[in-house]
Design a binder for this molecule. Structure first.
Ligand code: F0G
Length: 401
């Protein structure tokens, strides 16, 4: 459970604000805020036992693969939770994908197999629950599409108005259609995701509750993907956890989960986090290469993996912390790598949208370059369903038929 304050994520600052604070960043130093869980008196062994037993329970909160881990989530009465039974996705062994990457022990955790087809549902169940708890009437986000679709679905369940800001030409039609289907108001912004986020934050008044990943409650929900993974692995940590990086909220969430589980002895050894960006949208790669003290913004981000076409990632400092804590790696892959890897995922019967395929492309490069042991135990997170972006498939196949 999380007490009624949020704390600045900058270690040297530590300023605390009330849980209802709507500023999203620290009023003293401007860094992002984060929730600090207080899991209570249970031992790690008892926590593991609870989490495992809840898998077999039909109680509404236990059927959510997010709220099952509620000792580490914001305190909330069970009947106030907004859930679509998200989070219950399997761990799949790689077959042709493993051969393609040269990895002997490769698994995929496909968060695209969530209710709206992306990992965003894990964060939205927590953050929309919080929006309603705080009495919000309208929720809003800027999005390359998946956040929009997910927010719209959870807002519909919670009877909240949903407003989404999409970059013109930068979100697939499937994602737009989902947001419309769930009743969201949509607005196109000239420019890219970073422009859409700027417009949203400038326009919004205090009556609107923001649901981009600067919202610390989103991070709390997304971090449970790692708790769930560890339960599936019988608490034997993999050597590597690999995920795509865009606005870097998910990287922040995974890093936070690894730290929290390590603090109670449930993350042994500490897996190395590998964040894979698209080469034309590689702000974190550039930032690390230049020493890490200032974000190296990419002013005109490009990639056909539109979900991660982002040049000014807001959670970059939290992502850097995750890399440092885990001895992690940040890398980039080009669009040809992404599309080649995506096709192999399809041949494995798994499928994904392009942004997710960065992970397989990244693993292949790391092994080929000798930076990753082929014997390592590797878990790659896939973040969006194949049907999220069918143009990317059809365009790649034009002329094949
Ligand atoms: N994969 C998919 C399928 C995504 O939709 C996103 C982000 C990411 C990876 C990157 O995650 O931003 O936490 O680093 N999509 C956002 C959106 C930006 O608006 O749907 P991140």
């Amino acid at each position: 459970m999380i007490p009624s304050v949020l704390r600045c994520s900058e270690a040297g600052c530590g300023t605390e604000v009330p849980r209802d604070y709507r500023g999203y960043s620290c009023p003293v130093c401007g860094n992002l805020l984060q929730a600090v869980p207080n899991p209570g008196p249970l031992s790690p062994e008892q926590l593991k036992k609870n989490w495992r037993e809840r898998r077999a329970s039909n109680a509404p909160l236990d059927t959510s693969g997010v709220w099952r881990f509620r000792e580490y989530l914001p305190d909330c009465p069970a009947d106030a939770v907004v859930t679509l039974a998200e989070g219950n996705v399997p761990l799949l062994a790689g077959q042709k994908t493993a051969d393609y990457a040269g990895a002997r022990h490769l698994w995929f955790k496909h968060l695209g197999w969530n209710p709206t087809g992306s990992f965003k549902d894990l964060g939205m169940t927590v953050a929309v629950t919080e929006a309603r708890r705080q009495g919000a009437e309208t929720v809003a986000c800027a999005s390359t599409g998946n956040t929009a679709a997910s927010m719209a679905a959870y807002a519909a369940r919670a009877n909240l108005r949903a407003r989404v800001y999409l970059p013109k030409g930068g979100a697939s039609m499937q994602k737009l259609a989902q947001a419309l289907d769930f009743g969201a108001e949509t607005q196109y912004v000239d420019g890219n995701f970073d422009d859409a986020l700027r417009v949203l934050m400038a326009e919004a008044d205090t009556g609107i509750y923001f649901l981009n990943s600067i919202n610390p409650f989103r991070i709390e929900g997304q971090k449970t993907a790692i708790f769930h993974l560890m339960d599936q692995l019988d608490w034997r940590a993999p050597d590597y956890i690999v995920l795509p990086g865009g606005n870097l909220g998910n990287s922040a969430a995974f890093g936070k989960a690894i730290e929290e589980l390590a603090a109670i002895g449930l993350m042994n050894p500490i897996p190395r986090l590998v964040i894979v960006q698209a080469r034309g949208s590689n702000a974190l790669v550039r930032t690390v290469e230049s020493g890490g003290s200032e974000l190296q913004v990419v002013t005109d981000p490009q990639t056909m993996a539109t979900a991660i076409r982002i040049g000014n990632p807001r959670s970059w400092k939290k992502a850097l912390r995750a890399l440092r804590f885990t001895g992690g790696i940040v890398m980039d892959v080009d669009d040809a790598d992404i599309m080649a890897a995506k096709q192999v995922l399809g041949r494995d019967g798994i499928g994904s949208e392009p942004a997710s395929a960065t992970t397989l492309a990244g693993i292949r490069h790391l092994i080929a370059d000798g930076r990753m042991d082929p014997e390592a135990r590797v878990v790659a997170f896939l973040t969006g369903h194949a049907l999220k972006d069918t143009d990317s498939i059809l365009n790649a196949r034009r002329g094949d038929a």
